[in-house]
Design a protein around this ligand. Sequence first.
Ligand code: NI
Length: 181
Amino acid sequence: MINNETAYDIVELGDPRLRQISKPVDISRMDELVPVLTAMESRMRERGGVGIAAPQIGVLKQIMIIASRPNARYPDAPMMQPTVMINPEPFCFSDQLVALWEGCLSVPGLRGRVTRPDAVSVRFVNDSGDGQEIRLEGFPARIFLHEYDHLIGKTFVDRVDSVTDLVTDKVYLEQMVSLNR
Ligand code: NI
């Protein structure tokens, strides 16, 4: 596997790979995922992400990491254990919807206000190959739904109700309190 500076770099909006449907992972060949997971984790960390999906590093496989924690880009994010989800399947979406501002490593410099369910249950395979089922609520649910969109060829830009729900990072961070009112 190539492991230089440009391999697995972040793919940005406009790259056709962000419009593809990702393929399920063959979980009998989990070993092959190690370099992909390592790259996803390091790209997420170095860019201050709270989640990442494999298509964002150009790998069209159903893999994501959700890893909420407070940082400069998301000062109010709750702390959670980073969770690798392979072949995730969402079900049981809450009726309650919530509008929240999202950012994306593949859409640098922009935030968008997106309405999504406040809670969702997920079946997935973890990085040890074990089947899991969890209920996510609030910000972790939001991260999951955002990352899941990447696996079906969508970004948050597709989900905003209106172009007035798009602002720059700078404006977002300066006006966060009033924007979240
Ligand atoms: Ni994203």
